[in-house]
Design a protein around this ligand. Structure first.
Ligand SMILES: [Fe+2]
Length: 231
């Protein structure tokens, strides 16, 4: 089930706009795994198995954090094959699937909930198979970011500085916080951050352009099944 923006916030929307938006991070803890429908280990297994099954180029949005930097499946001159990707996964390199909100209806609807307040956004799925997986080093994102913790546990390092304050080498840690299934973190755009995985995990970052930044609206999710029953 997708969750309306107003229910995700641990405060009234007006207070969010006044005190937090583009200024301060916040964490919304939950004692229930409220994001469990957003993406599962089974969905991940099916998606990863889609690559190279029949020899065709699949999963163009896959990125991998490797010892040699970021591998981008779409841009790479030499595409990794199925076995090479499988080895990277088992060696503890994090996988990222950008623009993945189309993978199921829950993520799609979650985007449309945010888009009542933001411009068009996207869901990026972050997956790792173990504790201490290789993740992105300290960086800042160019848009507001809502991190849903879907499976497993993760440690966040949230910094004091924004990208326009100083280079990342000079940034200082403000807070270290461990997040569990069902917890959400809001990161204002340009705030430095990084993570450590504390277990196998699936996280989803929903992030959005500001209203009016794009001249189009998201298309509808169509009911292709109609009268067809079944799962
Ligand atoms: Fe980020």
């Amino acid at each position: 089930m997708s969750i309306p923006f107003e229910q995700l916030l641990p405060m009234p929307v007006e207070r969010f706009y006044d005190e937090f938006k583009h200024k301060k991070y916040f964490i919304a803890k939950s004692n229930k795994p409220i994001f469990k429908d957003h993406f599962s280990w089974v969905e991940l297994d099916r998606y990863l198995n889609g690559h190279g099954l029949n020899g065709w180029f699949r999963m163009p949005q896959c990125q991998i954090v490797t010892p040699n930097g970021k591998y981008c499946h779409k841009k790479a001159k030499k595409k990794l094959n199925r076995e090479e990707m499988f080895k990277l996964w088992n060696d503890g390199n994090s996988f990222i699937f950008t623009l993945s909100e189309f993978l199921n209806q829950t993520m799609w609807q979650q985007c449309t909930e945010f888009e009542k307040y933001y411009g068009i956004g996207q869901a990026n799925i972050y997956c790792s198979n173990a504790k201490d997986a290789r993740c992105f080093p300290i960086h800042a994102d160019s848009t507001d970011n809502y991190l849903f913790h879907v499976r497993g546990k993760i440690r966040w390092y949230i910094y004091n500085e924004f990208e326009y304050d100083c280079p990342k080498e000079k940034a200082t840690v403000n807070t270290t916080v461990d997040l569990d299934e069902g917890d959400m973190l809001y990161l204002p755009r340009k705030l430095y951050h990084r993570v450590d995985t504390l277990s196998p995990r699936i996280s989803i970052s929903f992030h959005f352009t500001e209203r009016g930044a794009k001249p189009y609206r998201r298309a509808e999710w169509l009911d292709w099944l109609g009268e067809i029953n079944g799962t």
